[in-house]
Write a protein that binds this ligand. Structure first.
Ligand SMILES: [Cu+2]
Length: 153
């Protein structure tokens, strides 16, 4: 089976039941669901994952073998944007290989593209602690690309 070079993960999402009207520019918290869709993706080494972020979320990626129980949720940092948001962004640097943009500084809906060079099983979590504690995390499986590039088709 040919492995994909990239995968797309919806990082949160806006619900449509009940009906949601965000026009002209609103981000109603109760209308967002806090899951990664799909929760697991596979790509080949050197490929990318496109995290399409919808809502107030923080993309954190942890190295091969990290499990959700390994994350120290007592280590937190305050968002740096306006609004006095409480310090609820997980800031455990142990085995963290990617920390995404501070969600308080950007539009809530955005894309972050992350590249994975090494084979392994990577844990991806939402660093906004209440979401992580609800189970907002998933995995990226990166598989060695042993086939000769000239010989792929
Ligand atoms: Cu989140």
């Amino acid at each position: 089976m040919r492995l994909p070079d990239s995968a797309t993960v919806s990082f949160g999402g806006w619900m449509t039941s009940p009906v949601l009207d965000r026009f002209p520019n609103s981000n109603p918290i109760p209308a967002n669901h806090h899951v990664l869709t799909p929760e697991r993706v596979r790509i080949k080494a050197g490929g990318t994952v496109n995290f399409i972020v919808a809502g107030f979320h923080h993309v954190l990626v942890y190295d091969h073998g990290t499990q959700p129980g390994d994350i120290n949720t007592n280590l937190v940092i305050a968002p740096t944007g306006p609004g006095n948001i409480p310090p609820l962004l997980i800031n455990d640097p142990n085995n963290r290989i990617y920390r995404g943009l501070d969600p308080s500084l950007h539009p809530q809906d955005r894309v972050e593209v992350v590249q994975f060079d090494r084979p392994g099983l990577y844990l991806v979590i939402c660093g906004f602690r209440p979401h992580f504690q609800e189970g907002m995390y998933g995995y990226v499986r990166v598989i060695a690309n042993n086939r000769n590039k000239n010989n792929q088709d």
